[in-house]
Design a protein around this ligand. Structure first.
Ligand SMILES: [Zn+2]
Length: 472
């Protein structure tokens, strides 16, 4: 059915203007003043901003990790994302121990299939990069429609890649024109610091932060940058948290290296003191890399503003406080690493960024949607408001004031890391490919309506036979 959105202010990464939008067959087909179309439903957006749907490039839904599994699956996770103004996620497909990488992809499709209410793609997350998996990687990317691979320099016992393996992944990235995402922390040294802390009898959550100092993020970031550059690959540093890492990224970009950086809302708003909360409540704020001392926040905002960091991922990876986080009650190193952020990513960045005057509306759209679309090959189908683009739209009321709370959120977890944070602005209605998923703050979507979005890599080049060179 046709829809006309009228009276709103369209905001893209480049522009801000009042216009009507015509939506037909899930696409934006006309932008202009006084649009009319026979039989179209009229949506009045007076007083609202119309943003392109948020693109969250970093989620972990229904993922096994730290001896448990994340609490939000593809149903609660994508519904919460939609309430928060996110219309596409890129989730990490965990590959570990499968004989075939494509089996892991099938498993991830199975998790998402009848549940996702928003569109989605996958990154291939390589937990153990053996010679066999490495050999399959180029073809797996091509067949699965995935143009991004993630490798870890952290989690020594579970996921950590050696420098050699990391370098091999970069070579595949270069060959397939796929971006390589790296979790940059020095996992081996962290393990040593964790052992040291435990030997001294330290068990509290704050030691999670104290055993993962910023220097180890900076060191791993620099290492990944140099190895990626040596291989000629594009590097995307996930969840950048501190000055040490930002400095390395800026230095590399100034030299012309193909390095991109992401940060996440908690690092912009919360700080290390949250891990000191009494009664084990610090465990709610345990994820990696950890929250940093407050002075790093300004560094991150400045790097975003200067486009040295380009994207905002949620790093959604929820574990209930009264359930799964308790695994680490006696030992901080056993607290499942992760937090619930998929729903509040968009609003926290708007409120702390735009409403507080740190970033412009256009910069906001770029960080929350457009940059991720461009980086991961979704643009211009996603990530902007333009003729021919998917009608993934957020009708946003900038004047609402509200307080974030687990009482009112839609994630399947018993706490909210931003509990009590007063924010300005709220997504009121959200459309995906022209269909309402959220209408006047009510969920009206359909389970399984989310579509998998393929992202192409460089195809295997078939050798060309030149007839002129063949002789009889
Ligand atoms: Zn993550």
């Amino acid at each position: 059915m046709k829809k006309i959105i009228t009276g709103g202010t369209v905001i893209t990464a480049a522009d801000q203007y009042k216009a009507d939008l015509l939506i037909e067959d899930g696409k934006i087909t006309e932008i202009g003043q006084g649009i009319r179309a026979e039989g179209a439903e009229i949506i009045n957006a007076t007083g609202k901003y119309i943003f392109p749907g948020g693109i969250d490039p970093h989620t972990h839904l229904d993922m096994p990790f730290n001896n448990t599994v994340t609490d939000d699956d593809w149903e609660s996770g994508t519904i919460a994302a939609a309430f928060g103004g996110t219309t596409t996620i890129l989730d990490f497909c965990l590959t570990t121990g499968e004989d075939r990488l494509l089996d892991a992809v099938d498993k991830w499709h199975e998790k998402a299939k009848d549940k996702a209410v928003i569109d989605y793609g996958f990154h291939l997350m390589i937990a153990d990069l053996t010679e066999e998996t490495l050999a399959q990687l180029p073809e797996a990317l091509e067949v699965a429609g995935i143009n991004s691979v993630k490798v870890f320099l952290a989690y020594a016992k579970e996921f950590q890649a050696s420098d050699r393996t990391l370098f091999q992944a970069f070579k595949v990235g270069k060959e397939k024109d796929a971006i390589v995402m790296v979790h940059c922390e020095n996992g081996s040294v962290i393990d040593e610091l964790v052992e040291e802390a435990k030997k001294s009898g330290h068990t509290e959550p704050i030691y999670h932060a104290l055993t993962r100092p910023p220097q180890l993020e900076g060191e791993a970031t620099k290492r990944a940058i140099e190895l990626a550059n040596l291989a000629g690959a594009k590097l995307y540093v996930v969840h950048v948290t501190c000055k040490e890492a930002v400095d390395e990224i800026i230095r590399a970009r100034e030299k012309g290296y193909q390095v991109y950086g992401e940060t996440c809302p908690p690092y912009l708003v919360l700080d290390q003191t949250y891990l000191e909360k009494p009664n084990f409540e610090g465990a709610k704020y345990v994820w990696s890399p950890p929250l940093r001392p407050k002075e790093h926040q300004e560094v991150l905002w400045n790097a975003l503003k200067a486009k040295q960091l380009q994207t905002i991922g949620s790093d959604q990876c929820s574990f209930s406080f009264n359930g799964k986080k308790q695994l680490g009650r006696e030992d901080f190193s056993k607290i499942p690493n992760g937090g619930p952020f998929i729903e509040d990513r968009f609003s926290v960045l708007y409120s702390e960024g735009v409403a507080k005057g740190r970033i412009s509306l256009n910069e906001f759209v770029d960080m929350i949607s457009t940059s991720a679309a461009k980086t991961f090959g979704l643009f211009p189908q996603k990530g902007t408001i333009a003729i021919g683009s998917d009608a993934d739209l957020v009708l946003f009321d900038p004047n609402v004031e509200r307080v974030i709370s687990a009482e009112s959120h839609h994630m399947n977890v018993d706490y909210n890391a931003f509990e009590g944070l007063a924010v300005k602005g709220e997504p009121v209605s959200v459309l995906i490919r022209g269909e309402y998923v959220i209408r006047d703050k009510e969920f009206v979507g359909k389970l399984g309506s989310g579509k998998y979005i393929r992202r192409e890599v460089k195809k295997e080049e078939k050798p060309v036979t030149h007839k002129s060179f063949t002789t009889k």
